[in-house]
Design a protein around this ligand. Structure first.
Ligand SMILES: C[S@@+](CC[C@H](N)C(=O)[O-])C[C@H]1O[C@@H](n2cnc3c(N)ncnc32)[C@H](O)[C@@H]1O
Length: 176
């Protein structure tokens, strides 16, 4: 990774108010469904208590895609990575409402999670849906999704899905 890319943070945290309800849900549900960031690779079998294909969503937002997939495919396991805490709070509540046992979430920068916590060829699929547009024009050439895409590609043995509404051409700049 070049120094230019290293110096630019890969996301902008535009966090609104964390409501008391969200705070409560966070405290109650994170110990159950959340994964702490660490330098150690994840052990999926231990995490989910079974050996099943694992799909990772980078920037899972409120988690609607993830819970829809998880409910439709109970035979698979799903992990969301999201830096926006209210979004993670909403996902936690949906996991509880739908009584899903096959979803976990990490509230941390996806670049670091993918680099440190996911072993090569360990995932069945990686999803990157509609990343935010990068708002500083001068960064658009320096920052690209290349590092995260390269890293994530190494980790999937199956599918890589990247639709984008990004006006900058689908290179997903915030993730660089
Ligand atoms: C436009 S939203 C899309 C959410 C979801 N994928 C969907 O399709 O509804 C992009 C999300 O990516 C998250 N994000 C951006 N950069 C990130 C990073 N480096 N690590 C984790 N999440 C990130 C943002 O906080 C935001 O919630």
């Amino acid at each position: 990774m070049s120094d230019t890319i290293r110096r630019i943070r890969s996301f902008v945290r535009r966090e609104g108010r964390f409501t008391p309800g969200q705070q409560q849900a966070w405290e109650r549900l994170m110990p159950q469904f959340g994964i702490e960031f660490s330098d150690q690779p994840l052990d999926f079998e231990r995490l989910f208590g079974r050996d099943a294909p694992v799909t990772l969503e980078i920037g899972s937002g409120n988690g609607e895609t993830l819970v829809t997939l998880a409910a439709a495919h109970p035979e698979n396991d799903y992990i969301g990575i999201e830096v926006h805490r209210p979004g993670v709070g909403r996902l936690l509540r949906r996991i509880e409402e739908l009584e899903l046992s096959n979803v976990r979430v990490i509230c941390h920068d996806a670049v670091e999670v993918v680099e440190r916590m996911v072993l090569d060829a360990s995932l069945d699929a990686v999803l990157l849906y509609f990343p935010d547009p990068w708002h500083k024009k001068r960064h658009t050439n320096a920052v690209s999704a290349a590092p995260i895409r390269r890293a994530a590609l190494l980790q999937t043995q199956g599918h890589w899905s990247l639709p984008s509404g990004n006006r900058l051409g689908g290179l997903c700049p915030p993730y660089g």
